[in-house]
Design a protein around this ligand. Structure first.
Ligand SMILES: [Zn+2]
Length: 421
């Protein structure tokens, strides 16, 4: 089916244009350009959907529950939060992980995310023995994405040591066999793709990193890992290897254009140089990093090196792509004492760089996936905003409440008022 949508405005990273139609066919954008005939969307702007590049859907279950001091931990920090998260992770079974994930993905769609990268590390029964189907929990997460209608990049995560027994696989080959099986299962599921990940240099030793890195390189798979989130992780890595986390990843052959480093909060200049040299990406999760007291993204250094950036809602303390983007620039302003800090070369505003981080590209064009959001131009947050200022108003003055509809693969999967999909 071929369908042309005619909103009041079409938004890209630089501007919002009127008189433009978006033609959708077979899950792709067939055309983006001047149009007069089609389905009118009065009071609406169309923009690309945001990509949530880092999620642990089950952690949505912690919302509001961890924002107080526990008597056993008078000094609360990342590590005490992690104890609470482990307690939640202990309880989950295939049905309950599917349910919490479905709700989380429904919230993402309502907030304007059309795709999610799920960093999935709860694999086995609580005592560590595999389920009858060793990928039962990963499949439950994939089914949750299909239930909700969101596009999913599912990353089974290697975990060799520490954490809970149910996170761990006995060896890298055993883990990669599960990844192979999951990839086979996902074929023919149009919304689901499978990549691969290692949890962190804390949880995965050098030998595993080498094997997983070469597996991802061989099959050109997306490859993710948490790195440089907390100072202690760096101290431990230096003590074990004499290298900082990204240095270890470079040495282990883990870095390439298909690699994404989650957080990089405490990455130093040399580590960022390595990411740049290898064409690797960084995924920032500002609302979670703020909530956990991790620190600030070295955003200016990332921009300067032209390292590709994406965003993730990670622990889902907040699910709002506009807020993630705003936090990146606002933190950069707080740190530098300046305004309009994250301005890419040949540009005059931070908005285009931030929106490219949120969308993965600069605006809708023919050939793209038909993953779109409808923006309510009558929303109080956008009243009296001139069309030319709309992209910046979205980043600096709006929240997920302006999203009136969400399209994935050319299908409308969320409309305002439908909160429990
Ligand atoms: Zn994470």
């Amino acid at each position: 089916m071929r369908q042309t949508l005619l909103p009041d405005l079409v938004v890209d990273a630089h501007e919002a244009r009127s008189g433009v139609g978006i033609t959708v066919q077979c899950g792709r954008l067939a055309a983006v350009g001047p149009a007069t005939a089609g389905e009118r969307l009065p009071g609406r702007a169309l923009a690309p959907g945001f990509v949530n590049d880092h999620s642990h859907a089950f952690q949505r279950g912690l919302r509001g529950a961890v924002e107080r001091i526990e008597p056993s931990h008078p000094r609360d920090d990342f590590w005490t939060w992690r104890e609470r998260m482990y307690a939640l992770a202990t309880e989950l079974a295939p049905d309950s992980i599917r349910e919490v994930s479905r709700r989380c993905y429904g919230e993402m769609l309502s907030a304007g995310y059309t795709g999610v990268t799920e960093f999935h590390y709860i694999h086995h029964r609580p005592d560590g023995t595999p389920y009858k189907d060793p990928n039962a929990l990963a499949k439950a997460v994939a089914l949750a994405a299909e239930d909700s209608g969101i596009r999913l990049l599912l990353l089974p995560v290697a975990y060799a040591r520490g954490g809970l027994p149910r996170f761990q696989d006995p060896s890298a080959p055993a883990f990669l066999q599960r990844v192979d099986d999951l990839r086979g299962w996902s074929e023919g599921r149009p919304l689901v793709k499978v990549g691969v990940a290692a949890h962190s240099v804390r949880a995965v030793p050098r030998g595993w990193l080498q094997e997983i890195g070469s597996y991802a390189r061989r099959d050109d798979l997306p490859l993710h890992i948490h790195a440089d989130e907390q100072p202690r992780e760096i101290e431990d890595c230096l003590a074990e290897y004499g290298l900082r986390p990204v240095e270890l990843l470079a040495e282990a052959g883990f870095l390439g254009t298909h690699t994404t480093i989650i957080h990089a909060t405490h990455a130093d200049g040399k580590e960022l140089d390595l990411l740049s040299q290898h064409g690797a990406s960084v995924c920032a999760c500002p609302t979670t990093e703020g909530n956990l007291g991790d620190g600030f993204l070295p955003a200016e250094e990332i921009l300067k090196r032209e390292i590709h950036l994406s965003i993730g809602s990670d622990s889902h303390v907040r699910v709002d792509p506009f807020e993630e983007l705003r936090e990146i620039e606002t933190n950069a302003r707080r740190l530098s004492g300046r305004r309009n800090v994250l301005v890419a070369e040949n540009e005059t505003a931070p908005t285009p760089w931030l929106l490219r981080a949120g969308w993965g590209h600069g605006g809708p064009k023919a050939g793209d996936l038909a993953d779109l959001i409808e923006i309510d131009l009558t929303h109080p947050a956008l009243a009296d905003v001139e069309a030319r200022n709309l992209p910046s108003a979205l980043v600096f003055g709006a929240g997920s409440g302006v999203v009136a509809g969400t399209w994935v693969d050319g299908r409308k999967v969320y409309a305002t008022g439908e909160t429990d999909r």
